[in-house]
Write a protein that binds this ligand. Structure first.
Ligand SMILES: Nc1ncnc2c1ncn2[C@@H]1O[C@H](COP(=O)(O)OP(=O)(O)OP(=O)(O)O)[C@@H](O)[C@H]1O
Ligand SMILES: [Mg+2]
Length: 260
């Protein structure tokens, strides 16, 4: 279990707060999505969990242990992390990027190699073709898939994923989202995922935490939040894919675009 207890973060000595008193329990095996518009504090909250950002106040417990009392480097190695900005090591080839944490953890080379092959296949990139390439020799979407593979590499049970599918085209994205949902259930991972894509949140999440201005405005299962929105903003946000579908249907029917 990952527990956030009144976690706050100010970047300007308390003049303003990017994250305000977040209280949240993420259950083992759960996929929890932080959903909200740009700048609402999603990435900041996520980064407090593996101490890439230290909270200004409040604390985080992982399986009952206060993370502020653990070694931050060991903590980060024990939690898979997919960065919003991808963050592959530019001078290390793909196999090296994926095998980075297992190598630091002292795995033997043959085990790292078979794990790397397995993960490349999992994210749909043939090992023979891609393992020796450098990150800049891959497209943005392929790099993003390597980011997901790298986060899974050491077999962490907890994964933090910041917009993991952001740079992908819709078809690859849908495939990878479905693939990830399958992997996630199979490995029983506890996943905290950030997105501003409402449809992605609705499809993947066991629960959604809707953030606004650094606070959790609503928390619940997708169906609950849609059927009983606790706030008008929640309803407006979660119904946006439906409104888009209705527009598409009107276009298909040949209605005048100006009437949309
Ligand atoms: N290192 C920093 N120094 C100062 N302010 C910061 C820093 N990091 C983030 N912020 C501010 O904190 C707020 C929350 O940022 P955060 O990155 O958490 O947003 P986000 O919800 O992830 O947005 P996006 O969807 O655009 O990635 C923003 O107003 C941002 O400008
Ligand atoms: Mg962000």
């Amino acid at each position: 279990m990952v527990s956030l207890k009144k976690v706050s973060k100010s970047f300007d000595n308390g003049l303003s707060f990017a994250v305000k008193e977040i209280d949240l329990d993420i259950r083992p095996g759960e996929l929890l999505v932080f959903l909200g518009e740009s700048g609402c504090g999603k990435t900041t909250t996520l980064k407090t969990i593996n101490r890439l950002i230290e909270p200004t106040s409040g604390k985080i417990l992982i399986n009952g242990e206060d993370t502020s009392k653990t070694d931050p480097v060991n903590l980060r190695r024990s939690i898979g992390y997919v960065f919003q900005e991808i963050g592959l090591f530019p001078h290390i080839n793909i196999a090296g990027n994926i095998g980075m944490v297992p190598k630091l953890l002292g795995w033997p080379d043959d085990r790292i190699k078979s794990r790397t092959d397995e993960l490349l296949n999992l994210v749909g990139l043939e090992p023979d073709k891609y393992q020796d390439r450098m990150p800049h020799e891959l497209s943005g979407g392929q790099q993003q898939r390597i980011g997901v593979a790298r986060a899974l590499a050491a077999g962490s049970k907890i994964m933090l994923m910041d917009e993991p599918f952001g740079a992908l085209d819709p078809i690859t994205r849908t495939n990878l989202i479905e693939e990830f949902a399958r992997i996630n259930k199979e490995l029983k991972l506890t996943v905290v995922m950030v997105t501003h894509d409402v449809l992605e949140a609705l499809i993947l999440a066991d629960r959604i935490a809707i953030m606004r201005s650094g606070e959790i405005l609503a928390l619940g299962k997708p169906a609950e939040l849609i059927s009983r929105p606790p706030h008008p903003y929640v309803s407006e946000l979660l119904n946006s894919p439906r409104r888009q579908t209705e527009k598409v249907n009107r276009i298909i029917r040949g209605d005048n675009k100006n009437d949309l």
